[in-house]
Design a protein around this ligand. Sequence first.
Ligand code: IMP
Length: 180
Amino acid sequence: MYFITSNEGKFREVKELAANYDIEVEWLKMEYIEPQGSSLEEIAKLSAEMLTEKVDGGFVIEDSGLFVEALKGFPGPYSSYVFKTIGNEGILKLMKGVENRKAYFEAVVAYFDGKDVHVFTGTVSGEIAREMRGEGGFGYDPIFLYNGRTFAEMDTEEKNRVSHRRRAFEKFFMWLKEKD
Ligand code: IMP
């Protein structure tokens, strides 16, 4: 199955996850313009519908974001832009002196089976760290604390046991298996 993303970190995680279900995922490395939307679900759905015009046959995409409670859900659907602009340092600055560190990641998988788009979501709750920690992962991983360690302090296998991406893809893969 084709997984469309320009993000190698995502592809690495999904390839490992899919292997547990004997599903082979091929990387279709492609940048596409994400439509604006107020939820990840809406964005993932619209992106998939747009891509049906450009890609032959079925494919899967995934849209994710970080939602910080004290920032009223920011950066949420704007996570990609915010990461490219103010990055982890910017989030830490916004969170300076803030006691409520609660945050969650959400991932939305959109699968086009050649006819319809199907959507699956997953979340993981954690906290925003007080400083960046760890060398692994990608994106906001160095500032996302789960059980006392950041995602960047875990290897792919460990992160994959609990991540938002794991939870969304697990739902998708189980659905696929049941359908066969
Ligand atoms: P998008 O889904 O590619 O639009 O990603 C949104 C933003 O969230 C990007 O800046 C990613 O780096 C970041 N992001 C997505 N998933 C993760 C994750 O598992 N860990 C850390 N950052 C992530």
